[in-house]
Design a binder for this molecule. Structure first.
Ligand code: ATP
Length: 314
């Protein structure tokens, strides 16, 4: 059974349809990243899952429960980290975390959590005096302390320095290995590609793509750039490889751009051609599509935004 199940979700605010028939499932222990432009409907979707908003149509289930009707049963089993900490300015990290821990039957040790998140030194500092990154880490500690089965994280590492970001994902990785399910919204595509098991791209309230980062970036039109003997004939190489080859740099640089992914077949054919021509290979760079390229192509391209365009992928 899916831990998170979104089925035909529709949510409107007056004339604005924020979520427009979204289907999505997240399995136990899975980290799913929800990506999409500002206003795509990510927060609204997560708010429906948190029981904060009631769907206009469709259903949402978390751990098999209805987030609105079963709010009491669900609350202790979910952890929510909002972008804005929203805590009282005078509250102090240690007292806040101990207080929240006391609401749970089997909480994590609040002091160990403060230490793990590098908040030891500011444990008795008022919330208002914490840096943005410290407030962010406290919000994460509050989401984690009750040992939730499901975590909703809204841009959890926005504003964190690189070390804090790595610590955060190490901590979260430990939780997912223990079975915790994470639904993450983010605008950091590199991070999504690195930490998420699957990525969902939403736009205008609809699912546009869903799959593992590898699935979403597979195929497409990669390129291989080589530097070799400047005398090598690009047209003959193109004919041999069966793909386009164009100069990539000033004449005489010996740099050529080959329109292909760096597949073993391409590299074998390239090596054979160079051997036949007696040319040395000085450099070789291969690149496929990045998640950013996939995202930008999908979200930027007006042709891909037709209302009847079906969601692609798994
Ligand atoms: P962001 O990346 O900027 O956080 P998002 O994908 O989370 O965006 P939502 O916040 O879900 O997007 O907003 C989706 C749409 O619904 C937007 O057009 C937004 O203006 C609208 N909207 C969101 N909340 C409300 C509200 N309370 N009242 C009216 N309209 C709203």
């Amino acid at each position: 059974m899916a831990v998170i199940a979104v089925d035909g979700l529709v949510k409107r605010y007056g004339a604005v349809t924020a979520v427009d028939g979204l289907d999505l499932t997240v399995d136990a222990g899975e980290t799913l990243a929800l990506l999409g432009p500002n206003g795509a409907g990510k927060t609204t979707t997560v708010e429906c899952l948190e029981g904060y908003r009631r769907p206009d149509a469709g259903t949402v289930r978390v751990l098999g429960l209805d987030p609105v009707a079963d709010a009491r049963a669900l609350a202790p089993r979910i952890g929510v980290m909002l972008q804005e900490g929203g805590l009282y300015p005078h509250v102090r990290p240690a007292e806040m975390l101990h207080t929240v821990a006391a609401f749970h039957t089997d909480p994590e040790d609040p002091d160990a959590l403060l230490a793990a998140l590098g908040l030891d030194e500011v444990r008795d500092t008022r919330f208002r005096a914490l840096s943005g990154g410290q407030q962010q880490r406290l919000a994460l500690a509050l989401a984690l302390v009750g040992r939730p089965d499901v975590l909703f994280l809204d841009e959890p590492t926005a504003g964190l320095d690189p070390v804090a970001r790595r610590t955060t994902w190490e901590l979260l990785g430990e939780r997912t290995r223990g079975g915790t399910t994470i639904l993450l919204t983010t605008h950091l595509l590199d991070e999504a590609a690195a930490v998420a098991d699957r990525v969902a791209i939403v736009d205008r309230g609809r699912l546009r793509m869903l799959g593992t980062p590898a699935e979403l970036t597979a195929g497409g039109d990669g390129q291989v750039v080589v530097r070799t003997d400047p005398a090598l004939d690009a047209d003959r190489l193109a004919a041999d490889l069966g793909v386009a080859v164009a100069p990539d740099g000033p004449p005489g640089s010996g740099r050529l751009r080959i329109a292909s992914l760096a597949t073993p077949e391409l590299l074998t054919a390239l090596a054979a051609h160079l051997r036949a021509e007696g040319a040395m290979l000085e450099e070789l760079h291969g690149s496929g599509r990045t998640l950013e390229e996939v995202y930008l192509r999908l979200v930027d391209d007006p042709a891909s935004r037709r209302a009847d365009d079906p969601a692609v992928g798994a």
